[in-house]
Every structure is written in structure tokens, then in C-alpha cells.
Design a binder for this molecule. Structure first.
Ligand code: GGG
Length: 352
């Protein structure tokens, strides 16, 4: 089984190394064997090859059974043109592989209830999935650009969706809800945006094929509030690219830290990409401070969804729970009485 390892920028390499360690631990003692090959992406690739997604990386990723991704982009590249930005390499890869369905499970680990910035009563039992559409929306819509008009700089992006793009992610949402508590919350801004009106119309049309799933519609601004106030009311949330990006960071705090949130980007066939929801966090890169658990939990999703190794995926998740239960914490989820570990030691503990 071939896994393309694209560690990227900032804390990407150090957290991905811990996920690789966990995969190697799965292989030990006659477990399944993985052929893992690394390739550059992001700002690191741009600095080395003049391209944040070199053709050799794209080709290797497309031929793999699964992709383990770290993080892309650094503060230095934020203001560069798209083709020179590390994060753009990741966006291009998602688009090239048509990874339109990005599942972000948000689960309040009972072991971490004391670590959250929210009250225990507010988050106990939280178990939801944010399904973020990943290959369209304002991230990819054209025209986009910058110019000068009447001596003023101006800039524009285009929010665009086709009905086929909405329908396929909506179906993925209904299918996911069917395997859970059969509640789908479609998030839009239909009172303002044309794209959101189309989103809602298509949601209602697709719902006809899923009479066993309860569909409700909520505005994105209201959901950002309800996620904090009554997070247990959500089962599966399906939403567009930019709304999903923002809402899942907010939802991450229900787990204690964004360092706990894995994700799986799928298209129903072909290769899947698995990455922590967090970005490259350049401010803590190389300091052995980053939480590798989101990356390790992403590797567990990779085992489950792309390699169909359910028992091994469950084992990896159990190892994470056990390490937390034994009181080991990285700084972001630290609480009184716990033992603080660095990135590498946390990876060692899970692998062990
Ligand atoms: N591991 C997630 C990551 O690297 N995020 C950085 C980034 O550029 N993200 C853009 C996006 O998620 O849309």
C-alpha cells in the first residue's frame, strides 16, 4: 500500500513525522506494510523548485493509494501572487484530485473535558461532522484579481457554484448522516447570496432521495453561535468551502484544541488526502511544541477510508485515547496535574 507523505511547511514536517511513526508501529509485529514516499509541497517546494506543487509531487500523489498531508503556507508567502503561495499548492492538489468532500469529525474526547476553554457541561457528548465542500466556491471562482481604478487599489473574487458541485457534496452529507444520527444541517447565507440560494434549492431537491434523514437549513452566522451554545444539536453539517473552513476552526475548540482535529478529503473513488485541520503555525515550528494528535488521527482516517484497515484505524485511535487517559498532554491541551510532552515524545507515546 503506497502512501504519499507530503509534510509541507511550518509544523507540517514535525507532526507528520509522528503520524508516520504511528503507521510504522501498526506495521510492526507482522502488521500491514506501507510503502511511504515523501515529496515537497507548499512554500518549501516553491523555495526549492519554484512551484508550490511540483509536477513530480502531483504525479506521485495521484498514483498513491492515499496521501498523508501536513500543512502548507507561511506568513511570508501570504501576500505573494497565488502561484507563489505555499497554500495554493494544496488548493491545486485538492482540485487536481477532485477531492470535493472534506470530512472534519469534531469529537469531545472525555479525557480532555478539562482542557477545553468551554465549560464541561457545554461540550460533554459533542460528536458532529463538518462536511466542507473543497474544490469550488470563492477559493476557485473566476474572475479574481487585483487592479487600480481612479488611483485606488481594488481586488475581487468570485463566489461560484454549479448545481452538480452542490448536489454531489450534498449527497455525501446525506450518506454520512445516514450512517450516524440521520440529521443533516445545511449551512448557507441564502438571505444574501445567490450561490447560497442555489445551495439551498439543491439541498431540498437531493433530500427527496433521503426521506429517512432530517434536513434543516441554518445561516452561517447563526451556526457559528449555535455551535458554541448548543453543539450537541448537530450531527452532520454540510456547507461550502469558505463557510466550512471558518466553522470547523470554531468547532475545533469544542475538542479542546485545533491540534486535535483530523480530516479526510475524499471523492468517493480514487486517492484520498488526510490532513490535520490546523495550518502550518510558523510561530511554533521547529520548537517541539506542536500537538501531533490531529496528524496521527488523520493517519487513522487514512487507514479506515483509503486502505480499508478498520481494525488498525481503531487501534490507532485507541492508542491516542489511552495516552490522553494516562494524563499525557501537549501544551495546547495542558491541564493541571497532567504530564506535558513535546511533539516527538507525544508521537513516541502513541506509537508505543
Ligand atoms: N493542514 C491544513 C493546512 O495546511 N491549511 C493551510 C491552508 O492553506 N489551508 C487552506 C484551506 O484549508 O483551504
Amino acid at each position: 500500500m503506497k502512501i504519499a507523505v507530503l509534510a509541507g511547511d511550518g509544523i507540517g514536517p514535525e507532526v507528520t513525522a509522528q503520524a508516520v511513526k504511528a503507521l510504522r508501529a501498526i506495521s510492526a509485529n507482522n502488521g500491514p506494510q506501507f510503502e511511504m514516499a515523501e515529496a515537497p509541497i507548499g512554500d518549501a517546494a516553491f523555495n526549492q523548485h519554484g512551484d508550490p506543487l511540483p509536477p513530480s509531487t502531483a504525479e506521485m500523489a495521484a498514483k498513491a493509494d492515499a496521501i498523508l498531508f501536513g500543512a502548507a503556507g507561511t506568513y511570508e508567502s501570504d501576500l505573494r501572487p497565488a502561484e507563489q503561495r505555499g497554500g495554493h499548492g494544496l488548493l491545486r492538489l485538492r482540485k487536481q484530485l477532485d477531492l470535493y468532500a472534506n470530512f472534519r469529525p469534531v469529537f469531545a474526547f472525555p479525557e480532555l473535558l478539562g482542557a477545553s476553554s468551554l465549560k464541561r457541561e457545554a461540550i460533554e457528548g459533542v460528536d458532529l461532522v463538518v462536511l466542507r465542500e473543497l474544490t469550488s466556491d470563492i477559493y476557485f471562482g473566476t474572475p479574481r484579481g487585483r487592479g487600480v481604478e481612479n488611483g485606488q487599489r481594488h481586488a475581487w473574487n468570485t463566489m461560484r457554484y454549479t448545481e452538480a458541485e452542490v448536489a454531489r457534496v450534498m449527497r455525501a452529507g446525506f450518506e454520512a448522516a445516514r450512517k450516524r444520527r440521520r440529521q443533516l444541517c445545511s449551512v448557507d447565507k441564502a438571505n444574501v447570496l445567490e450561490t447560497s440560494q442555489l445551495w439551498r434549492e439543491v439541498a431540498i431537491e437531493v433530500a427527496r432521495d433521503y426521506p429517512d434523514v432530517e434536513l434543516r437549513h441554518e445561516y452561517v452566522d447563526a451556526v457559528s453561535m449555535h455551535l458554541i451554545r448548543r453543539p450537541r444539536d448537530f450531527d452532520v453539517i454540510v456547507t461550502g468551502n469558505i463557510f466550512g473552513d471558518i466553522l470547523s476552526d470554531a468547532a475545533a475548540m469544542l475538542t479542546g484544541s485545533i491540534g486535535m482535529l483530523p480530516s479526510a478529503s475524499l471523492n468517493g473513488e480514487g486517492v484520498g488526502l488526510f490532513e490535520p485541520v490546523h495550518g502550518s503555525a510558523p510561530d511554533i515550528a521547529g520548537k517541539d511544541l506542536a500537538n501531533p494528535l490531529a496528524s496521527i488521527l488523520s493517519a487513522a482516517l487514512l487507514l479506515r477510508h483509503s486502505l480499508k484497515l478498520e481494525a488498525e484505524a481503531a487501534l490507532m485511535e485507541k492508542a491516542v485515547r489511552q495516552v490522553l487517559a494516562e494524563g499525557y498532554r501537549t501544551g495546547d491541551i495542558m491541564e493541571e496535574g497532567a504530564t506535558r510532552l513535546g511533539t516527538e515524545a507525544m508521537g513516541d507515546a502513541v506509537a508505543q
